[in-house]
Design a protein around this ligand. Structure first.
Ligand code: FE
Length: 338
């Protein structure tokens, strides 16, 4: 009993210390430090609120918040896909925060209905081919990649990857499970090799001639184009982006986004930070640093991204994408997508 009392006192004292000290906010970020820290530093400069940044894999951060429970110091969770934000909400690790900024700057389908999370940027996942090849002049839909004429010609990473899971979840939402499964079965039959590596590896395999079509997020291609490694630049320069489904539902997009943590001991500071990340400056910096599409209208894309062309994006409520994740994973499994 004495031990419990002692622990309570220690917890009470340490919480008191935090409250009495300088304002701060604890950010758990699945986004790499270099791709978020400068924006957080700017926030500190402008507000005097100190930001404590913890980076890690999204699933690890989510389990950490879960394990920490009531005493979790997490205020803000940043992830690079909608699926994880929905998962955090489903686990009861987030809370609602609705602000005029969020409502006016983030399109409805890119935020949670109850205000538990919202998008900071959009990420597109089109089809890539080699510039000047016969494929480069084609008009393609994702469905084209499941055609019987493309046997052994498609490169895409594993189904364990959340980008693919979210892509198939979005497809189920838009065309129904049956059509989605027909597509995935056809696609798997056309794989050039068993899925391996990340999106950059699919782009490399494409240019190396191991496949004629690759599915990858555009910021990887942009990152390669801007790389300090000339070999990466040389590869990326050979790639042409084809925007699929431009005559119907549009190309698949995912998001990077933010959520206010359930316990958020510094919730006032956290709310200020969340709004700050949507202001024009932050959105502009974020778009340039990450080569993703800013969620705020009127903010310019990074020049390399602009060169890949404008496109019609699918309009799927991303909350649905998260909810359909389990169904998508099962479907991909049945179709043999390793
Ligand atoms: Fe990524």
């Amino acid at each position: 009993m004495l031990k419990i009392i002692r622990i309570s006192i220690i917890v009470f004292i340490s919480m008191g210390t935090v409250a009495a000290g300088a304002a701060e906010v604890n950010v758990y970020s699945a986004r790499k430090e270099a791709l978020i820290k400068p924006a957080l530093d700017k926030f500190t400069q402008q507000t005097d609120i100190q930001v404590n940044l913890i980076t890690g894999k999204a699933d690890a951060l989510i389990s950490r918040i879960k394990t920490e429970g009531k005493f979790s110091p997490a205020d803000v969770l940043l992830t690079t896909d909608a699926g994880r934000l929905v998962r955090a909400k489903q686990l009861g690790l987030t809370q609602a925060y609705q602000s005029d900024t969020i409502h006016s700057q983030v399109p409805e389908q890119l935020r949670d209905e109850q205000g538990h999370w919202f998008a900071l940027t959009m990420r597109a996942r089109p089809i890539m081919v080699v510039k000047g090849s016969a494929q480069a002049s084609l008009t393609l839909d994702y469905e084209s990649l499941a055609g019987t004429d493309l046997n052994g010609k498609v490169c895409v990473r594993s189904s364990s990857n959340i980008y693919n899971q979210s892509m198939i979840s979005a497809l189920i939402h838009q065309v129904g499970a049956e059509k989605a499964e027909t597509f995935v079965s056809g696609l798997v039959k056309n794989f050039a090799r068993p899925p391996k590596g990340g999106d950059r590896d699919q782009i490399k395999a494409l240019v190396a001639g191991q496949c004629q079509f690759a599915i990858a997020n555009t910021y990887y291609l942009a990152g390669m184009l801007q790389s300090k490694d000339p070999s990466q630049v040389a590869i990326a320069k050979q790639v042409h982006v084809i925007w699929p489904n431009q005559d119907d539902r549009g190309a698949h997009v995912n998001i990077s986004g933010a959520a206010l943590a359930k316990e958020a001991p510094n919730s006032d500071s956290a709310k200020q930070l969340l709004d700050f990340l949507l202001n024009e400056d932050s959105q502009s910096w974020y778009a340039q640093a990450n080569h993703e599409y800013p969620v705020r209208a009127g903010v310019a894309n990074s020049p390399v991204l602009s060169e890949m062309g404008a496109f019609k994006a699918e309009q799927v409520p991303l909350a649905r994408v998260g909810e359909l994740n389990t169904e998508a994973v099962k479907l991909m499994d049945r179709a043999g997508w390793k």
